[in-house]
Design a protein around this ligand. Structure first.
Ligand SMILES: [Zn+2]
Length: 510
């Protein structure tokens, strides 16, 4: 008999705490729809008490998803729980997730509370949340560094008060696999009413052990894993979904559990997350890295040709990577485009479809095969980002080895058109100088990187920038067959994210 592990995705909440990653409401909604398609059981959509923007995003997602549970995070105060409930109450399957720290160091220095007070606060919060919904999760922040017997006491009390899931977080990424598995076994053995709740784990990757700890915990009996796509998250990130899911999938002989994940949606989801957040996946990243299935050594290639199983433990197709994915071309019509977008998860209005179709035709003139990534770019840039402050209208540059590089740029700023021109050391520098001047921004360019979105010489160039202004850091991303235009789009996207961050401070939590 095999057990099922609940996959709880917190890309939209903990993942958004990655330095520089912030997503607007339309982007979050798009990602939530893709997460549902991936087969996620529970999506943690945000922390509604943190900001208006968070509240709105959670409420929009709650109103949209049908199959996936939508969770909202709350501290143990009534105000937080009310706010969380107000955001998720219209979800088909709502969940309230409340948390308080249980380690001595957090209770003493952060909360300034005694153990008894923490238990009381947890119980009160769960009991109150339970009056609003049946589906209540309780987390013991910094659980891995908490006294094991005290943790049993807190969980027992939380379950008694109505918690249906209790979560053990390794908030600071300190645990090691054997120790963490032992903690899970201890909690299962010593919490008398644990059979009435699902035991969950939530790991961070500070020592590179998040996946190992999560898998060890599942082997020890945990039945919910809290993860993010590409492992994004604060500091070194969270446990990455694709690593845990593919470990369980590939090693069923050792770990007889199943998940609801449709593995062939893993790669498209990973691409979407890096596209929306601007956080690129390292090439050697397990499962979703560009080189994850690249076999370089001749002896390996020879073996692979004879039988792929000689060196391949997973098939690229299983995680949604297929070699020839031409989806649409120059002659594809509006109807084919609409139905393909629908398959990808986009339900566009006629007006939106017209816009996407126009851009699709423009791109098809420059590029022979249009793949999903190209369409995602058109939709993210054309529709999801429309509420932004700065918009590119046109860019013209002169460059070469005999001219002084100059750019002239026209932008729309809050609906008003402005234009200007400036010089620079190169065409990109000239364009950036002009844009900084037009927008009156003084951001510092910390990083600039460029890569190809897909294979082939006609592939779109994909540019990521990291900008800093007044202590705030934001990533920006842009793609275009022309790399200068891609660079300009990335810069403007970064500036827009900085604007967004000024109004939406991200509140850090467990
Ligand atoms: Zn966390």
């Amino acid at each position: 008999m095999t057990d099922r592990v609940t996959i709880f995705d917190t890309t939209l909440r903990d993942g958004e705490q990655s330095p520089g990653a912030s997503m607007n409401t339309a982007e979050k909604l798009r990602l939530a729809i893709q997460l549902e398609k991936l087969g996620i059981d529970v999506i943690e959509a945000g922390f509604p008490a943190a900001s208006e923007g968070d509240f709105e995003a959670v409420a929009r997602i709650a109103g949209k998803l049908q199959k996936t549970e939508v969770a909202a995070l709350a501290r143990t105060t009534r105000a937080d729980i009310d706010r969380a409930w107000a955001a998720v109450q219209h979800a088909a399957k709502p969940r309230i997730h409340t948390f308080i720290a249980t380690s001595d160091i957090h209770m003493q220095y952060k909360l300034n509370m005694t153990r008894d007070q923490v238990v009381e606060s947890a119980v009160e919060a769960v009991r109150y949340a339970k009056t609003l919904t049946d589906n209540v999760e309780f987390s013991a922040e910094d659980g891995s560094r908490s006294d094991p017997d005290f943790l049993c006491r807190v969980f027992e009390a939380a379950i008694e008060a109505g918690a249906t899931t209790v979560n053990l977080p390794d908030t600071v990424g300190y645990a090691i696999p054997n120790e963490f598995a032992e903690q899970v076994r201890y909690l299962l053995a010593r919490t008398p009413n644990i059979g009435r709740a699902v035991l969950s784990v939530h790991c961070h990757n500070d020592l590179g052990l998040a996946t190992a700890n999560t898998v060890a915990a599942i082997q020890a009996g945990a039945r919910q894993a809290e993860v993010t796509i590409n492992g994004i998250g604060e500091r070194a990130g969270n446990t990455s979904l694709e690593e845990v899911v593919m470990t369980l999938h590939t090693r069923q002989n050792q770990i007889p559990v199943t998940t609801n994940i449709r593995t062939e949606q893993i790669h498209p989801t990973s691409r979407l997350v890096s596209m929306i957040t601007g956080i690129m996946v390292q090439p050697n990243k397990a499962v979703v890295g560009a080189n994850a299935f690249a076999h370089e050594a001749g002896i390996h290639q020879d073996g692979m040709l004879k039988n792929p199983m000689t060196y391949e433990i997973m098939r690229p197709e299983t995680v949604g990577l297929s070699r020839n994915r031409m989806v649409l071309g120059k002659h594809s019509g509006r109807h084919a485009l609409r139905s393909h977008l629908k398959e990808m998860g986009y339900d566009l209005s006629d007006e939106e479809l017209n816009l996407v179709f126009g851009r699709f035709k423009d791109l098809a003139d420059k590029k022979k095969h249009i793949v999903d990534e190209d369409l995602e770019v058109i939709v993210t840039e054309g529709i999801l980002r429309t509420a932004e402050v700065f918009h590119l209208e046109y860019i013209h540059v002169t460059a070469g080895n005999t001219v002084y590089p100059m750019a002239s740029v026209k932008l729309e700023i809050n609906g008003r058109s402005v234009q200007g021109a400036n010089y620079g050391n190169g065409p990109i520098d000239a364009a950036y100088n002009t844009i900084a001047q037009l927008t009156g921004t003084r951001s510092e360019l910390l990083r600039f990187s460029i890569s190809a979105l897909t294979g082939g010489t006609d592939a779109q160039g994909e540019v990521t920038v990291r900008l800093r202004e007044n202590g705030l850091v934001a990533l920006g991303r842009g793609a275009d067959p022309d790399i200068i235009t891609a660079s300009v789009k990335a810069y403007i996207n970064g500036l827009n994210r900085l604007e967004y961050l000024k109004d939406h401070p991200v509140m850090a939590t467990a």
